[in-house]
Write a protein that binds this ligand. Sequence first.
Ligand code: PHE
Length: 356
Amino acid sequence: MPGSPQWPHHESVVISSGARTGLPVIIAVHSSVLGPAAGGCRIWRYPRWQDGLEDALRLSAAMTAKFAAAGLACGGGKTVVALPEGYDLTPDRRHDLLSDIGDAVEALDGRYATAPDVGTSTLDMVVIGERTSHVFCKPTEHGGSGDSSPATADGTLAALRAVGARLGGGAADGTGPLRGLRLAVVGLGNVGSRLAELLSEAGAELVLSDIDAGKRELADRLGATWAEPHEALTAEVDIVVPAALGGVLTEQIVPELRCRAVVGPANNQLAVPQVADSLQTRGIVWVPDHIASAGGVIHAVTVELDKRPEDEARQRVRGIEHTVAGLLQDADSGGVTVAAVTEELVRARLGTPDLG
Ligand code: PHE
């Protein structure tokens, strides 16, 4: 299952030392059952490069699930470059590293395409794109589909609408399922801040939070309540929306939660998979992050692989509302978690008994 990497389930893992930088470029291809693999390129600091390898294994498996659940013809992959602690990634070295990554992607000959992720930008994809054509999300002026975070925010909004409806939100006047509901958005980066704006437009009452106090300005502008991250996570609201780094849902935090649902774009929200059951026991609905955060990949793949127009991409992203509504219903009628139903769906699409 995603979240617990099991080496033998990955189709291939290539670790190459960059010719220019000597840094290890790790590319994990988890599955190509549904199509050639795709997934972001993460450049991050790790105590040991093996920790980066673990991340690549886990994240590439999560990509397989993300594409399968979204009904896209892509497999799961991920690139991780583990920077040693204290490594000074100067602009020149960064350029060299991106070239190393481009060579490593090209060596896979189309079996994997890369994209922006934590620590990489759309502009970085232009540099990688000098060495390989297997790259998503270059800026539009460079022929790509651009930054995927607006689409990710739109997709999360769609998921939240489905959950809002299920929680009985929305005024009888038909102004939408989020009107009047209280939501806490934890993390105001590219996706979180856009989502906060969309939620505000949708008539939600907001609690906003970020480790960067500079983001308080956004809260003031939207008339939202400002809170510290832990306070926001445990606030008495209808829905908590994790929109920052992963691992926020621990067994320790579950008893402290005072919300009815947790749905957000942050990757790998569960510290351990069993937390999904603990949330269920407390009656808290949790929608897996690979569903709520799929808007970005849906947009990129629709525009770049399927060569469909923007409108259609947007429509597909909005389709997440329907997907989540269906998952909620199936979970209800089966008396199981949304996570379990999602896993079932992914397994069925992959035609495999084990997602490793
Ligand atoms: N960070 C995104 C992800 O890994 C990047 C991505 C965009 C991947 C488009 C594939 C295609 O989910």
